[in-house]
Design a protein around this ligand. Sequence first.
Ligand code: CO
Length: 210
Amino acid sequence: MKVYEKLLLENKAWAKEKVTDDPQYFDRLAHIQTPEFLWIGCSDSRVPANEITNTQPGEIFVHRNIANLVIHTDVNLLSVLEYAVAHLKVKHVIVCGHYGCGGVKAAMTNTDYKQVLNMWLRNIKDVYRLHNDELNAIENEENRFDRLVELNVVEQVIHLAKTSIIQRAWKEEQRPHLHGWVYGLKDGLIKPVFEMTAGTPIDPLYQYDM
Ligand code: CO
């Protein structure tokens, strides 16, 4: 059996088990999608959103990319954000990073990862530069890496608040609540590191007249 064929076999077994447990399971899911959460996480295969939060299909709208970045020219992310906030009307947006993130680690080096990855990782270098003093004061390299993972999540949450998508929803519907979390690969636990409730003041330069 080829490795990918195992996935298809497992899928058959999973679907059968679901229907055995609950005959209406897929009928219900096919007709409604009302998740309360948008999850912006890292593509890392060890950080599956549903599994680590013990949530079911239908509960979390998910976007993942390398190092869970919120970049204002990323049409993919912005489409997901707008759909989740303006149409699905999610109450919470969670940016979840993770300790040991390969993307964050790579951004701390001088390695040339070639054009596209360099371009992506440069955003994390900007986070480092923004917090240069704090990070360079941490002597232990592992601790500095962990702190950059946390600060990266904080900055991505702030990036969310800079979008007119979030500002409009905050003004008109007092949601969503923004969360910055970091998942620990070593213990499986999520640590909340930052949050912004609807209406949290941001730098006036980023505020839109609405
Ligand atoms: Co990662």
